[in-house]
Design a protein around this ligand. Sequence first.
Ligand SMILES: NC(=O)C1=CN([C@@H]2O[C@H](COP(=O)(O)OP(=O)(O)OC[C@H]3O[C@@H](n4cnc5c(N)ncnc54)[C@H](OP(=O)(O)O)[C@@H]3O)[C@@H](O)[C@H]2O)C=CC1
Ligand SMILES: CC1=C(/C=C/C(C)=C/C=C/C(C)=C/C=O)C(C)(C)CCC1
Length: 333
Amino acid sequence: MAVATVAALLAALGGALWLAARRFVGPSVKRLHRGGDSGLMHGKTVLITGANSGLGRATAAELLRLGARVIMGCRDRTRAEEAAVQLRREICQAGGPELGPDSSGAGELVVKELDLASLRSVRSFCQEEEPRLDVLINNAGIFQCPYMKTEDGFEMQFGVNHLGHFLLTNLLLGLLKSSAPSRIVVVTSKLYKYGDINFEDLNSEQNYNKRFCYSRSKLANILFTRELARRLEGTNVTVNVLHPGMVRTNLGRHIHIPLLVKPLFNLVTWAFFKTPLEGAQTSIYLASSPEVEGVSGKYFGDCKEEELLPKAMDESVAGKLWDVSEVMVGILK
Ligand SMILES: NC(=O)C1=CN([C@@H]2O[C@H](COP(=O)(O)OP(=O)(O)OC[C@H]3O[C@@H](n4cnc5c(N)ncnc54)[C@H](OP(=O)(O)O)[C@@H]3O)[C@@H](O)[C@H]2O)C=CC1
Ligand SMILES: CC1=C(/C=C/C(C)=C/C=C/C(C)=C/C=O)C(C)(C)CCC1
């Protein structure tokens, strides 16, 4: 009995040590900019959707540090203002030789209301005058929520992850073109592999499967990127799409984990998931690196180009999705 207890304790300790080792020497992505690059984004305006949390927040922090004017497009003004206050405080505390003693080398943060579940909100956001836009980062997302509809009656995950961003991007294209060279960065997920674009039920009224709908919306992000890249050829506006890997953020808020299992789940995510800053590296890379100047229509992970499944490269599905989306958001000319 005593031997069994000792063995169990040793196994638990070994397991914990292994998890901790994996966290610290594991597959985390190196941070791209560690100083020395300050000013890289100076004079540039970047719009990040969903910038108050997770990957969007980490992307905003880094681009701010690199000197950008960062517009945080967020659905909840209070949450966004709180995040902005914290980000400014963090950058002042971190300081660093490249930012100067008062962090004067850092950029500027602007909070603006943008609810991607409301076409009215997207339109009024785009009506606010901005002199230029150098980078648009379509980052906001909702993951495996119960069946819900947007203000305009679209299934929530398709509505926010794809349609809201579709309208936003289209309404900002004129500004992006007049600010060229400019970039669009789209955040998708590897889970796109389990989705399909079922044109006969895009609002999932016949059948709702939350996993399928998330994957479908993320496949739509990739098809949208590729079709847009084709349409933007010769304009000096590029568009690329990335998956961040598995990242410890608030994205899983709709997943209910039994209270007893939660500590184990937390341990596993702590050990195996990236931190938001690690997960944001490919977004930051595509938004700021001179290495990807002129590159368009590509899919990235860990700051490298990756291959897509054929279903994400189907030009006829991408074209049809574009046409259908135009009708759905009401921008058909
Ligand atoms: N975390 C991961 O492992 C992975 C994430 N991704 C993708 O990364 C992106 C960022 O997610 P992540 O940082 O993980 O998750 P978070 O939940 O931390 O952040 C998502 C952001 O999107 C915002 N958002 C949600 N709905 C709307 C809406 N209707 N209008 C405007 N903003 C909205 C949220 O706002 P609020 O805080 O107000 O809810 C929040 O700011 C998503 O596109 C996600 O699909 C992809 C693969 C893996
Ligand atoms: C950390 C953590 C959570 C977050 C889960 C996440 C972040 C899920 C990520 C989903 C992925 C990989 C999506 C891919 O597109 C929960 C569930 C809230 C429970 C508490 C601990």
